[in-house]
Design a protein around this ligand. Structure first.
Ligand SMILES: [Zn+2]
Length: 209
């Protein structure tokens, strides 16, 4: 069992290692890299919002004395959960992100567009950076195109909303007026009661399939 687990980890490490781009030891000028962000990639990134996808990430790196300048372009399709019917939906993404990578005393990503890495770092793992570039494309609200929702789930959700969720929402609202009480709501799991209801419904639906 241990051996299997170790092999599994090695496989994942090997896969993610392909996202490491050298910062030193390469001549000045511009190099281009291409990565495919597939279902496996999003699984390995332990993504909660993105179920899978096929996104091409092109990374151009211009190397100069004072910094490495990364220009990232991501384009493709991801699968996310529809807010309305809770079924997966395709979502087209396209985004650019420019990042200057400089050396400093310690790691510092507090400034947008500038990353400071310690002197000893010879490579940069761009996996989390391209992941964030894609994840930031997801709008706060996202639903299927008209007519493409799973109507059975939607009907069930609506029926539930009329009786259950509204009551809970009212309760939640009155709690929310009181700061101290609001903190008590599901503090351990930090789950919005409305979302918990939806997930329960979704679970039941899966079990009945
Ligand atoms: Zn939908």
């Amino acid at each position: 069992m241990f051996v299997t687990l170790q092999r599994f980890n090695e496989k994942i490490l090997a896969k993610l290692a392909t996202f490491c781009i050298p910062l030193r030891g390469v001549k000045q000028g511009t190099d281009n890299y291409e990565f495919l962000l597939d279902d496996e990639f999003f699984r390995e990134m332990e993504s909660i919002d993105i179920l899978g996808g096929a996104v091409k990430a092109s990374v151009a790196v211009r190397r100069a004395n004072e910094a490495n300048y990364f220009s990232i372009h991501c384009q493709g399709t991801i699968q996310i959960v529809c807010d309305r019917c809770l079924e997966p939906m395709d979502y087209a993404v396209e985004a650019n992100y420019d990042l200057a990578v400089k050396y400093g005393d310690e790691y510092d990503d507090s400034k947008d567009g500038v990353l400071i890495v310690p002197e000893g770092d010879n490579v940069l793992d761009v996996a989390p950076i391209v992941y964030d570039t894609v994840a930031l494309c997801i709008p706060l609200q996202h639903v299927h195109a008209e007519g493409e929702c799973d109507e059975a789930t939607w009907q069930a959700l609506q029926a539930h909303t009329a009786h259950g969720i509204d009551d809970e929402l009212q309760e939640y609202g009155s709690y929310a007026d009181d700061d101290s009480a609001a903190e008590d709501i599901d503090n351990e799991t930090n789950i919005d009661p409305r979302w918990a209801e939806l997930m329960k419904l979704k679970d039941n639906k899966l079990k009945n399939k």
